[in-house]
Design a protein around this ligand. Structure first.
Ligand code: SF4
Ligand code: SF4
Length: 337
């Protein structure tokens, strides 16, 4: 039997839900208002107890935050269930999990009082920081004034522990004088190089279908020999979802197993023989994966692919039409792309 021991996770994100007020065209996890279901309080206690002691703090100290250290609460949009988010923060604090922060798109920052109250409550419950999303995709759903309000109050309450991701977009939106929401098409008329110049962009998840028309396409072959970047298996910035899935990095729709069995996954490893698709990812054998999929009747699309994750997702979607694969979860991810 081929087994693989997973590296111990030292940082990551807890997805409270895949539900979001927005349905961004670049969302790695295919989040949207269509998803239902949140993690239970009991599961929050379980997953955080498992992670406590493993999570390492930011290089700037346990009370500071940084993207690839500590633990973040994410989704979906965590503020859609503020009560649950507050409980999660409290539990993390009780378990002494360091460098905690929440990710948000600020849809809820509709007035100063409400914004301040919520941020203060989280801070008092033990949250150390916040990451505020700024990009042209969430901007189709959230008025920019709300983002500005969120940043303003967050800076007063969390000080240096505020991450604006991505700051480059924030400055562009300010320069353009954006108010309210704006469609991506209208925004790109003003800033045609906006998705490539000086910004980080992962062409994975929903982006490979909904943004495909904006990027050059290449045959599958040109991507198959490349390693996944960032690496598929790593000890930093993995994700744990409300269905129990332990997800590698940013790879939505792929499960390394259940976080409930994290000790076993680290000590005994995963049985790769019963997870054939996962085996190809672990071995970084995408040529093998393509052949495997062709055995089920898969055909590459003629127009080509914009990234390695594009072909990876095309194959996964196809395989799921043919057979159940325990490592391709949650299933809803593939329906809501
Ligand atoms: S990228 Fe963020 S804001 Fe946009 S749909 Fe996904 S979770 Fe929601
Ligand atoms: S190619 Fe697949 S496994 Fe590799 S990073 Fe992209 S989505 Fe993840």
């Amino acid at each position: 039997m081929t087994r693989l021991k997973l590296p111990e996770s030292i940082s990551g994100g807890l997805l409270l839900s895949y539900q979001c007020n927005a349905e961004c065209r670049h969302c790695m996890y295919a989040c949207s208002p269509k998803w239902k279901g949140w993690i239970s309080e009991e599961d929050i206690k379980s997953v955080l107890s498992i992670l406590a002691g493993r999570i390492k703090y930011s290089p700037f100290g346990p009370e500071s935050v940084s993207l690839n250290h500590g633990l973040h609460f994410t989704g979906g949009e965590p503020f859609l269930n503020f009560e649950l988010l507050s409980k999660a923060v409290t539990i993390a604090r009780e378990l002494n999990i360091p460098s905690t922060f929440v990710e948000t798109n600020c849809y809820w920052c509709s007035d100063d009082k409400k914004t301040r109250e919520k941020l203060l409550l989280l801070k008092e419950s033990g949250l150390q920081g916040i990451l505020i999303s700024v990009n042209p995709f969430y901007l189709e759903y959230v008025p920019f004034e709300r983002t500005e309000r969120g940043i303003r109050h967050a800076l007063e309450i969390f000080g240096k522990n505020v991450v604006v991701y991505q700051l480059e977009y924030y400055f562009r939106f300010k320069k353009l004088g954006i108010a309210g929401t704006i469609s991506m098409e209208d925004y790109l008329k003003e800033q045609s190089d906006s998705l490539t110049e000086n910004v980080e962009m992962f062409l994975m998840g929903r982006a490979v279908s909904r943004l495909k028309h904006l990027y050059p396409k290449h045959p599958a072959d040109s991507f198959l020999g490349m390693p996944c970047n960032p690496p598929f298996l790593r000890n930093w910035h993995n994700h744990f979802d409300n269905y129990g899935n332990y997800m590698p990095g940013y790879c939505g729709g792929i499960s390394l197993g259940s976080w409930r069995n994290m000790d076993k996954l680290h000590q005994k490893g995963i049985d790769l023989d019963s997870h054939p698709v996962l085996k190809f990812f672990v071995e970084q054998d995408f040529k093998g994966l393509l052949q495997f999929a062709k055995g089920f009747g898969f055909q590459e699309i003629k127009e080509g692919y914009i990234s390695k994750c594009d072909i990876c997702l095309d194959i996964r979607k196809y395989l799921l039409t043919k057979k159940e694969f325990d490592e391709l979860k949650p299933k809803e991810f593939y329906s809501y792309l």
